[in-house]
Design a protein around this ligand. Structure first.
Ligand code: PAF
Length: 284
């Protein structure tokens, strides 16, 4: 197999994508921050169902990290990531530097205020404006036919759907169900930071979400079901619990403000030691 083609400037990216389009190929884009794992590779596999060529981006985006968050320690393993992408037959990697994405004088911010409110938005001020800005740039730079994101970051996924729709970006946004370990823990690069005891307790988040979903299906009101979910997380050692809430699946409006029959989602974020875990499931 020839080496994975890697480009670092928007100009090169556009030229490479234009070359792919000459043969009529459909383009699938997978934006990432690197430190690639099996959930990213599930996105690559899914992309092949929608596109002839798969383009992956790696950029650790500083504007989506708060001042006390892990931007400087976020894992950067480009050589290993390139091997992984190559082994999975990815067609093109776009790995720009900081100045390429945020040149001197950059000041435009994309804000999606309603979907950014609450849940992770309350605990990570500015995070979603950073995500919205960089994803808008990546979509406009590559102009793919489809772009794929994991449902684990569900608020992020809904925000990206909203911005693509509102800004008429000609792309289909695909959400992929969360990839899980055999014990239910959502696959995440942050799982590696869990202690042995934390790793043993971590699947209780998925269990608590399922318990809340079961109770709702049995007709319990959201507040009571979520209180039981909170208690289960606390008993497993999660502290602090940032949120465990039921929301409308599309708009993320609080469940009690959603008309009857609206598809719902239960979402949680909580800490085990120094590690912040998030997860969510649909309530069918
Ligand atoms: O989910 C991520 O890895 C990032 O938030 C994204 C979408 C690549 C934007 O930086």
């Amino acid at each position: 197999m020839p080496e994975l083609a890697t480009v670092r400037t928007v100009r090169e990216l556009r030229a490479a994508v234009a070359g792919m389009r000459l043969t009529g190929d459909r383009i699938g884009l997978i934006p990432t921050m690197g430190a690639l794992h099996e959930a990213h590779m599930a996105l690559v596999a899914e992309a092949r169902r929608y596109a002839d060529r798969v383009v992956v981006t790696i950029f650790v985006n500083p504007t989506q990290f708060g001042p006390d968050e892990d931007f400087s320690s976020y894992p950067r393993r480009e050589a290993r990531d390139i091997e992984t992408l190559h082994a999975h037959g990815v067609d093109l990697l776009f790995a720009p530097g900081l100045k390429e994405m945020y040149p001197d004088g950059f000041e435009t911010i994309v804000n999606v205020p309603e979907i950014s409110r609450g849940l992770c938005g309350d605990h990570r001020p500015g995070h979603f404006a950073g995500v919205a800005t960089i994803v808008t740039k990546l979509l406009l730079q590559a102009l793919p036919d489809v772009a794929l994101f994991g449902e684990k970051d569900y608020q992020q996924l809904q925000l990206i759907r909203r911005l693509a729709h509102d800004l008429d970006v000609p792309v289909e946004i695909i959400g992929l169900p969360t990839v899980r370990e055999t014990d239910g823990l959502a696959v995440s690069s942050r799982n590696a930071h869990l202690s042995a005891a934390g790793r043993a307790a971590a699947p209780q988040m998925f269990a608590a979400l399922n318990m809340v979903a079961d109770r709702l299906r049995d007709g319990e009101v959201a507040d009571t079901a979520c209180a039981a979910g909170h208690a289960m997380l606390a008993a497993a050692g999660f502290a602090p619990i940032e949120y465990l809430e039921v929301r409308a699946a599309e708009t993320l409006a609080p469940a009690d403000q959603a008309p009857g029959g609206t598809p719902l989602r239960v979402l949680a974020a909580a800490w085990l030691g120094e590690t912040r875990l998030i997860d969510n499931i649909p309530i069918h």
